[in-house]
Design a protein around this ligand. Structure first.
Ligand SMILES: *Cc1c(COP(=O)(O)O)cnc(C)c1O
Length: 315
């Protein structure tokens, strides 16, 4: 396998290699008394280091879609996200690096007249054309007629559509590589979930002998069904041994109460790892709680996937 093209046939054009990822991402062990005490080894799978501008799971999900867009002759990509979407930012950066036009359909028409927040400003600086829509129009993207109307209104007909959060069958198959990289390294691979696309692929690639644990950062309990349908689309059926623990969302997406922020700041101090707050902090906190509950047998190794870095507002 070419280390610069770990996606192999998923990326026949070699676009991934063009972006110079750091793959496989580093795996490091940290000593933390909250885990040591229970005989549990904690490993960090540093997907935040895969690419400086298209980090972690966003790289793994986007590259197969970029390849599919190119193979279809589409010079333009259109995608969807909220005002702080990591996925929008990653798509904009990939577009700039590969010379593809990008259009971002952004939830919230009240944002249109206001100064751009740092995340959207980054998208615009990378050449993404932003099109703001009301929340009800945004929701129309889930049915084909609504999607067509949205693309028409955004002037993005003919562009290759990447779904919100980047999760489709191509993306899920791209994330299987993350599971393959983790084979034989840990008993449990754990990650925070938004759309669940990364988990759907990771669990499939991890293979037998280890399980995958997902920590949803949104509340609602709908994610397991989403993951099953993503695996159906990507692999034709269920894949891997995975489960979700729905207790650690802290009230919902982008909710970062002071106690969670303090946990993350303390983890940064102890281990020198910059802790992204919306996903990674919730994962690490969940794992510390689970270790305390005795959820992991003595002698087991848990690999926490660091799915992305904190948003750098100075870049
Ligand atoms: C987007 C994102 C996730 C969520 O990934 P899904 O595949 O949507 O579950 C997790 N962590 C970070 C840092 C992200 O940016």
């Amino acid at each position: 396998m070419d280390p610069l093209d770990p996606l192999g046939r998923l990326d026949p054009l070699g676009l991934g290699a063009l972006l110079h990822p750091r793959l496989p991402s580093p795996l490091t062990e940290v000593r933390d008394e909250r885990f040591d005490r229970h005989g549990v080894r904690l490993l960090l799978k540093r997907d935040d280091l895969v690419h400086p501008e298209i980090p972690g799971n966003k790289w793994r999900k986007l590259v197969p879609n970029l390849a599919a867009a190119r193979a279809r002759g589409a010079g333009r990509l259109v995608t969807f996200g909220g005002a702080y979407s990591n996925h929008l930012r990653a798509t904009a950066a990939a577009g700039r690096l590969l010379g593809l036009e990008t259009v971002g359909i952004v939830r919230g028409d009240e944002l249109a007249g206001a100064p751009l927040n740092p995340s959207l400003a980054r998208c615009a600086a990378d050449g993404m054309r932003l099109h703001f829509v009301t929340r009800s129009d945004y929701r129309r993207k889930s049915d084909p007629a609504g999607l067509a109307a949205l693309l028409h209104a955004a002037g993005a007909e003919g562009a290759y559509p990447v779904p919100e959060g980047g999760s489709n069958a191509e993306a899920v198959r791209g994330c299987a590589e993350l599971g393959r990289e983790l084979r034989g390294t840990a008993d449990v691979a754990a990650l925070a979930c938004g759309t669940g696309g990364t988990l759907a692929g990771l669990a499939a690639g991890l293979g037998p002998g280890a399980r995958t644990l997902g920590v949803p950062v949104l509340k609602g309990g709908f994610l397991a069904a989403e993951i099953r349908s993503l695996q159906q689309a990507a692999f034709g059926g269920p894949a891997g041994d995975w489960s979700l623990d729905e207790r650690f969302h802290w009230g919902g997406f982008a909710r970062v109460p002071a106690a969670l922020d303090a946990f993350a700041a303390d983890f940064e101090q102890r281990h020198g790892l910059p802790v992204e707050r919306l996903y990674v902090a919730k994962l690490l906190h969940a794992l510390a709680e689970l270790a305390g509950e005795g959820a992991f047998p003595r002698g087991s190794a848990v690999a926490a996937v660091i799915t992305g870095p904190p948003l750098d507002t100075t870049a």
